[in-house]
Design a protein around this ligand. Structure first.
Ligand SMILES: Nc1ncnc2c1ncn2[C@@H]1O[C@H](COP(=O)(O)OP(=O)(O)OP(=O)(O)O)[C@@H](O)[C@H]1O
Length: 228
């Protein structure tokens, strides 16, 4: 586990998340403190129900903690605004990918740019650059994503997440539905984004291979972090 450094890109301090169910309160995460740096790939592992996706939701600004703070470059994301944090700094690739399957690979990315404010005249060129970076064949750029393989769809979803210059990329079980070889290709993409592009990559995974390929592993057990 990374201990807080002088300049982490993302830092969680004393983070807890509880859910109210009727008159019962259930604490899913408690006292989570950890720091993430640019240029590194992290895996969040742990048994089913240990709170991995909940942690990802808090770190990525999709949800707010019941206690504690999430800081992006030293600034509380609640103050920054969760929407602004997600649009400008931290993107998430969901298990379901959420691609618009009737659109081409390029169109999926350029439509995401409409929301994030990349200039219209630059969108197609930037989309092609991102698809190239992620190893999507040029012939597949203008195919509807419905017609692409699972591995290629995953690459398009990652490219779309990078549609604006985000610093942090989160992914929830990105290799869960892929065969070993395709999964290895996706892991190589994450490592490249961290090590060559300077992104902070945080992946929730059940895969030992993904954990082994990461620079650091955060192990969750009964809502707490433990060193692996
Ligand atoms: N919105 C919610 N309301 C109530 N309980 C929730 C909510 N979201 C998650 N939980 C509970 O929090 C616990 C942790 O869920 P979470 O999805 O974070 O686990 P996980 O480690 O990602 O599991 P898996 O590996 O199976 O995906 C579970 O018991 C779940 O039922």
């Amino acid at each position: 586990m990374t201990s807080p450094t002088e300049d982490p890109v993302l830092e969680l301090t004393g983070v807890a998340r509880s859910y109210q169910s009727g008159n019962r309160k259930r604490t899913v995460l408690r006292g989570i403190s950890c720091a993430f740096e640019a240029g590194r790939m992290y895996a969040v592992v742990g048994p089913s129900g240990s709170g991995k996706t909940t942690l990802l939701s808090l770190a990525s600004g999709l949800d707010s903690p019941s206690a504690g703070t999430v800081r992006f470059r030293g600034r509380d994301v609640a103050e920054l605004g969760l929407g602004r944090y997600r649009n400008r700094h931290a993107a998430t690739v969901f298990q379901s990918l959420n691609l618009l399957t009737y659109m081409t690979a390029v169109q999926n990315i350029t439509s995401a740019m409409e929301i994030t404010g990349v200039r219209r005249s630059n969108r197609s060129r930037r989309a092609v650059e991102l698809l190239d970076l992620l190893g999507v064949d040029a012939a597949d750029h203008s195919r509807r994503t419905l017609e692409l393989s699972g591995g290629q769809q995953q690459r398009v979803a990652i490219a779309r997440a990078l549609a604006c210059e985000v610093d942090i990329l989160f992914a929830d079980e990105p290799t869960g539905s892929l065969d070993h070889e395709t999964a290895d290709g996706i892991v190589a993409v994450f490592r490249k984004l961290a090590h060559d592009e300077g992104k902070c990559v945080v992946v929730v995974t059940h895969s030992r291979a993904v954990a082994d390929a990461s620079d650091e592993v955060l192990q969750l057990k009964r809502g707490k972090l433990s060193a692996r």
